[in-house]
Design a binder for this molecule. Structure first.
Ligand SMILES: Cc1cc2nc3c(=O)[nH]c(=O)nc-3n(C[C@H](O)[C@H](O)[C@H](O)COP(=O)(O)O)c2cc1C
Length: 239
């Protein structure tokens, strides 16, 4: 299995250790590529919208954003990690995700996303993990990622060496549970939520297209993309 890990912070602290526990649980024989933020994408989206009008190959930050996207695209399993910073995912994680807005289903999602799985790993001293799961999970689900799992733990400590053994044991159990689901044999099918998002976005594409034709406007890049993929004539990006 090809695994991409995107580390949402550079500390080799609690989040790093949880990620290592998960990779142990999945087994070490896999092809793992890791990126760490902000080192591997030290830039904010400028909002130029070039990706929406063309694609991410023309992003002004393509030297950072394209290799990471290519690795996401090639992976079977996408792992995102982020500690809670002021009740949310780290700013560098959000900065990376902003660069992939054009990959959302409202625009030009990639077919292969609909057979991928993802795991979000997060922790906090106390609270805020649900928000992190949502900050990252929204992008994953709107990219079309078939199944998204979350491993989270409140640590009541900020140094991994001092985290209580019972909490480390709870993390180990979560890692084992998620890894057994991720590695279970069989084709990966999108969740009901992902399918529902696709059908709603298809309806929106059809409506927007109708009103654009009426107004004498040319077809948008997104509409042409959906049409070329056969998704406006009943086709689906999953089997
Ligand atoms: C800037 C910053 C903001 C934080 N905000 C929160 C927070 O809102 N809620 C919380 O419970 N812990 C918060 N924490 C604590 C971290 O989430 C916690 O210590 C986590 O285990 C750090 O992970 P790390 O060791 O991988 O860096 C914050 C830590 C930092 C550095």
């Amino acid at each position: 299995m090809k695994i991409i890990v995107i580390n949402g912070a550079e500390q080799k602290g609690c989040t790093y250790n949880m990620k290592e526990m998960f990779l142990d649980a999945v087994g070490r024989g896999h092809d793992v590529t890791e990126f760490t933020l902000p080192e591997d994408c030290p830039v904010f989206c400028t909002g130029c919208k070039a990706c929406f009008y063309r694609d991410i190959s023309v992003c002004p930050h393509r030297e950072y954003t394209v290799p990471i996207w290519d690795a996401i695209s090639a992976a079977d399993l996408i792992v995102f990690t982020s500690p809670v910073y002021v009740f949310h995912a780290t700013a560098q994680m959000k900065a990376l995700l902003d660069h992939y807005g054009s990959k959302w289903m409202a625009h030009s999602p990639e077919r292969q996303m609909f057979s991928k799985q993802a795991v979000i790993i997060t922790n906090a001293a106390g609270m805020g993990m649900k928000n992190v799961a949502r900050d990252i999970g929204d992008s994953l689900r709107y990219w079309g990622v078939a199944r998204v799992f979350v491993i989270k733990q409140a640590l009541f400590e900020s140094r991994w060496e001092l985290v209580a053994e019972k909490r480390k044991a709870a993390i180990k159990r979560s890692c084992a549970r998620v890894s057994s689901r991720v590695t279970a044999a069989g084709a990966v099918k999108p969740s009901i939520g992902v399918k529902a998002r696709f059908y709603i976005m298809r309806m929106a594409q059809r409506m927007i297209h109708k009103s654009q034709l009426k107004a004498g406007q040319p077809e948008t890049k997104d509409h042409l993309y959906w049409k070329e993929n056969g998704w406006l004539s009943g086709g689906k990006p999953w089997r």
